[in-house]
Design a protein around this ligand. Structure first.
Ligand SMILES: [Zn+2]
Ligand SMILES: [Zn+2]
Length: 246
């Protein structure tokens, strides 16, 4: 059975190119899940005609707003307007629960009194080992990015396919392990040639991604600088709404 990956949002943190923040919607044999859910992701889903109640799980790479800030908006709409009844699982790094509660209360003061009527499961994953979540196997690997975000790269086994998303990170052995032999490697590619701490730029991706045996590579999370070069590089570059079938 095929797996589809939709780039609901392929942008960076700052709206470069008018793109939405990171959100990858994956349909597998047993569930529909999102990898990352940035602050703008609820809008991006609505614009692409996707009902957020249809999502069974959200998997988060790290705790920066452009990757997780949309979760409180989804939760509150799920409790109010969208009247969700089906279970929702949120899996992510250490401190996920406390950090999500804090973000929600900061954005919607007083919302702590609201309790979902649907089952809500929060799973804090330890890097370096596999976690069975619904019918998926999620293996987060430690990433090199802002330490306070508990950053990870994500290896996701969905059906008989492997999707790896680097998250925001420099290239490391742990990231390479997450990407080894993946059917799809989604790599952030922040700048074209400017070296930047805690992120991948184009030469990094080209130098390393070819060595891990991934079957397909797609670049995402591009700054204005990288977007200006996207049409001239041979690698496939994501855009909002891109759908890939594996
Ligand atoms: Zn980011
Ligand atoms: Zn980040």
């Amino acid at each position: 059975m095929s797996v589809t990956v939709r780039f609901v949002g392929s942008g960076d943190s700052f709206g470069s190119g008018g793109r939405f923040q990171t959100c990858l919607l994956v349909d597998g044999p047993g569930c529909r899940f999102a990898i990352d859910f940035g602050t703008s992701s609820l809008i991006a889903l609505a614009q692409q005609g996707i009902e957020h109640n249809s999502i069974d799980a959200i998997v988060l790479s790290h705790l920066h707003g452009d990757h997780c800030g949309g979760v409180p908006f989804l939760l509150i709409d799920a409790m109010l307007g969208a009247r969700r009844t089906r279970p929702l699982t949120i899996a992510g790094p250490r401190d996920l629960r406390a950090r999500m509660d804090a973000i929600r209360e900061a954005l919607f003061p007083g919302s702590h009194v609201m309790a979902p009527r649907f089952p809500l499961h929060c799973i804090e994953m330890e890097p370096g080992r596999p976690h069975a979540v619904l019918d998926l196997v999620l293996t987060p690997e430690s990433a090199r990015h802002t330490r306070e975000t508990n950053p990870t790269a994500l290896r996701v086994e969905v059906g008989d396919r492997v999707v790896t998303y680097t998250g925001d990170t420099e290239w490391t052995e742990d990231v390479a392990r997450a990407a080894r032999g993946a059917d799809l490697l989604i790599a952030e590619c922040y700048f074209y040639d400017k070296p930047v701490k805690w992120h991948l730029n184009y030469p990094d991706v080209v130098a390393h991604a070819g060595r891990v045996g991934a079957k397909r590579l797609v670049l995402t999370h591009m700054s204005r600088d990288m977007l200006a070069r996207a049409a001239s590089v041979p690698e496939e570059c994501a855009h909002d709404g891109l759908v890939i079938t594996l």
